[in-house]
Write a protein that binds this ligand. Structure first.
Ligand code: BJW
Length: 231
């Protein structure tokens, strides 16, 4: 049966109370990207970066999955083919909504990473500057998230899934960050139908076969119902 690949971004978690990046009042209106989302920013001021991610970890821990996360999990459970969820989000709301095997291409708030030896482990609720790595003891613990200039995770798997997709959907992402912004082209080249579900048209909206506008908690459950009706 047909494989569906779904890419999600910050917009799907907005109605769960988590801030997006580029919307008015979003995270980048409050912080300079280069200070908190680059390895250079972390090297310059690790305390600022840990503070930024500690606050987001605390906020994400309180957030609940919304109807859009739950609808995607329902699609994954009931669709007769494979439904692959690739998220740029570092929260765990897809899993909280019941989704399985979510591919976190930009890492997770739940993870810690050693900047010296690349060891991964579970992050404590609050990370602090100079915490030793449990593997190599270097005082270089950082959040296990992907910053600008770094290679996103699981790219080979993602490109394999895109090459086999019959339907590709991008939900709640502005299409301004690569390589995720180019997935629509990969999927289209592989012959997939492409659909965007977003509050406002993304930068790449004209590349999609269909664009559905509105809040994710309304559009995503309706879209899932429509797909399930077409089985
Ligand atoms: C709603 C809604 C509601 C709101 N319902 N919708 C020039 C050209 C091309 C590329 C580059 C270039 N110069 C540099 C690059 C590369 C760079 C890049 O893309 N830069 C751009 C700024 C141009 N990319 C990288 O460095 C990446 N690595 C890389 O490219 O490695 C080389 C490589 C090459 C080829 C293949 C593979 C690798 C790494 C990018 C890392 C991004 N990291 C961040 C931080 C992660 C940790 C964290 O969370 O803090 O990831 S930045 C931030 O942006 C975060 C997000 O995941 C990402 C995307 O944001 P997203 O999710 O789209 O959010 P918003 O806020 O932008 O949009 C929200 C959307 O929701 C909006 O459209 C709203 O309308 C909508 N919305 N409410 C539905 N209720």
């Amino acid at each position: 049966m047909e494989k569906i690949v779904i890419l999600t971004g910050a917009g799907i978690s907005a109605e769960s109370g988590l801030g997006t990046f580029r919307d008015e009042g979003g995270l980048w209106a409050q912080h300079r990207i280069e200070d908190v989302a680059t390895p250079e920013g972390f090297a310059r001021d690790p305390q600022l970066v840990h503070g930024f991610y500690n606050a987001r970890r605390a906020q994400a821990a309180k957030a609940q999955p919304n109807e859009a996360h739950e609808a995607i999990a329902r699609l994954q459970r009931d669709w007769p083919g494979e439904v692959v969820i690739v998220t740029q989000n570092v929260d765990s709301l897809h899993e909280g909504g019941g989704a399985r095997d979510v591919i976190h291409m930009h890492g997770t708030l739940a993870g810690a990473l050693c900047a010296a030896c690349n060891h991964h482990w579970t992050a404590p609720p609050e990370m602090a500057v100079g915490e030793p790595c449990p593997a190599c003891a270097a005082p270089t613990a950082r959040p296990d998230v992907v910053w600008f200039g770094e290679m996103p995770y699981h790219m080979d798997d993602i490109y394999d899934h895109l090459a086999g997709a019959r339907l590709f959907a991008a939900i709640g992402t502005s299409g301004q960050v690569y390589p995720a912004a180019a997935f629509v082209h990969e999927a289209a080249m592989a012959g997939a139908r492409t659909v965007e579900l977003n509050l406002a048209p993304s930068t790449g909206a004209s590349s999609f076969d269909e664009v559905i506008l509105g809040p994710a908690t309304e559009t995503v459950p309706r879209w899932v119902d429509r797909l399930m009706g077409q089985r």
